[in-house]
Design a protein around this ligand. Structure first.
Ligand SMILES: [Zn+2]
Ligand SMILES: [Zn+2]
Ligand SMILES: [Zn+2]
Length: 169
């Protein structure tokens, strides 16, 4: 595996680094194996793999959203640099609590907020810090985000917590 010769593997679609053992690109969902069938349609060849739930799907069941292959269910999820929003709330204590619970279960959550710099054309994501950093920024919510591959399990943990449910979109 790690005889370090020429093992700079990159995804043919998104050009991000991938491992030789990857069956699909964890960044964009490009499927590397041939002849994989859609999870829902066993007679149809899969077109990609949802990077959140890791299911191979045909083009009816999934598709590219901003360059990433996602199933219908996960196509509306907020994704930023490989991190997916699993919980959003205005109360930073609730966000911290959710993060702590996820960490204790072995996940790798990070807290972000998305803000719009005054006069700026776009929203930007920043790692959440203590209040006071936001001069000139509009906060809409505090987001707990986990790596793509942890979303499905992390949601099960969150569903069991007695925290105010963020009103998901
Ligand atoms: Zn890729
Ligand atoms: Zn999915
Ligand atoms: Zn399908």
């Amino acid at each position: 595996m790690s005889d370090a010769k020429d093992d700079e593997l990159t995804c043919s679609r998104c050009r991000n680094e991938v491992r030789e053992s990857d069956e699909f690109c964890p960044h964009c969902g490009e499927l590397f194996a041939d002849g994989v069938m859609c999870e829902n349609h066993h007679e149809r060849v899969a077109d990609g793999v949802c990077i959140v739930c890791a299911l191979p799907l045909c083009r009816t069941c999934g598709g590219l959203v901003s360059g990433r292959f996602l199933c219908d269910r996960h196509s509306t999820y907020e994704i930023y640099e490989g991190m997916v929003r699993v919980y959003g709330v205005l109360d930073d204590l609730a966000a911290q609590y959710a993060k702590t619970c996820l960490e204790q279960s072995g996940f790798h959550p990070m807290i972000y907020c998305r803000s719009q710099p005054k006069g700026g054309p776009r929203f930007v994501y920043t790692l959440y810090r203590a209040a006071g950093d936001y001069d000139g920024h509009v906060i809409n919510e505090i987001k707990v985000m986990v790596p793509c591959a942890e979303v499905v399990e992390a949601e099960k943990i969150l569903a069991g917590l007695t925290i105010a449910q963020g009103n998901g979109t």
